[in-house]
Design a protein. Structure first.
Length: 217
C-alpha cells in the first residue's frame, strides 16, 4: 500500500481478474468494497453495502454502466448515485440515495483503490507484469519473515532459489490473512512463470507454518 498524510492506495486486484460486466468483493483498509467493471470496461469501487437494506453489492450484477443490487434491483452509477428503482419505474431516484465510492486507478495490470484523500498517484511498477494473485492464511509480517525481506511502497522484492526476481504486493485482509499479487519481469518466459508461481506457493506454505506455530513476528 502507498500512504500519504490523508489517504492510501491499495492494490485490490489484478486487471485480468475483473472482466467487463462483472463484480467481485475486495478489501481496503477502510473495509469491504464491491469492485466492478462496466460493460465498456471502466473499473469502479463502491462500498459493499446497498443503501436500501444493506445487501452486499458484490453479490449483485452489472448491466451496461451500472451496478445493480441482487435483492430489489436498485442500480447505481460509477459515481454512486442511484439510477433506477425497479419497484417504482416512473420515479427519478433522489440524489440523496447514494452508495459511497472510491477513486480507482489501473496501471500495469493492477487495480488500485484510494481510501481517504490521496495526493499521490499509485506507484508505477516499471518492468514487471502481473502473474497471479493468491491468498495466504498468514500476516504480512509472517510473509516478510518467510521471505527474509521487508515490503516497501513498491512491494516486497524477493529472489527465490531457482527463480528470477519476483515482486510481491502484500495486502492485509485481516490480522492473519494476506492477499498476495505476484509480479514478474516483463520479459519472463513460460518456464520462469511456472517456477515463480511454485516459488510463491512454497513461500506461502512457509509463512502459514510460521503463523500456525506462532513463531511469526
Ligand atoms: S437491499 Fe439493495 S435494492 Fe434492496
Amino acid at each position: 500500500m502507498l500512504s500519504d498524510k490523508t489517504g492510501c492506495w491499495t492494490p485490490v486486484a489484478l486487471s485480468a481478474d475483473l472482466p467487463a460486466g462483472t463484480v467481485m468483493p475486495a478489501r481496503t483498509p477502510a473495509g469491504p468494497i464491491a469492485l466492478w467493471r462496466s460493460q465498456s470496461g471502466r473499473a469502479a469501487a463502491s462500498a459493499d453495502r446497498c443503501p436500501h437494506r444493506g445487501m452486499r453489492l458484490s453479490h449483485g450484477f452489472v448491466r451496461g454502466e451500472a451496478l445493480s443490487c441482487i435483492y430489489h434491483g436498485w442500480s447505481y452509477a460509477r459515481a454512486g448515485n442511484c439510477l433506477r428503482i425497479p419497484a417504482h419505474p416512473g420515479l427519478a431516484p433522489p440524489e440523496t440515495i447514494r452508495v459511497e465510492t472510491h477513486e480507482v486507478e489501473e496501471c500495469g495490470g493492477v487495480i488500485w483503490v484510494a481510501v481517504g484523500e490521496t495526493t499521490a498517484q499509485p506507484p508505477r511498477l516499471e518492468g514487471v507484469v502481473p502473474l497471479r494473485s493468491l491468498t495466504a492464511h498468514a500476516s504480512v509480517a509472517a510473509i516478510e519473515a518467510a521471505a527474509g525481506a521487508t515490503a516497501g511502497a513498491d512491494g516486497l522484492a524477493w529472489r527465490a532459489q531457482d527463480a528470477e526476481h519476483i515482486q510481491l504486493l502484500l495486502v492485509p485482509q485481516g490480522d492473519e490473512e494476506t492477499l498476495i499479487h505476484v509480479l514478474l519481469g516483463d520479459n519472463s518466459g513460460p518456464s520462469q512463470r511456472i517456477a515463480a508461481s511454485r516459488a510463491v506457493e512454497s513461500l506461502r506454505r512457509i509463512a502459514e507454518d510460521l503463523q500456525t506455530k506462532g513463531t511469526a513476528p
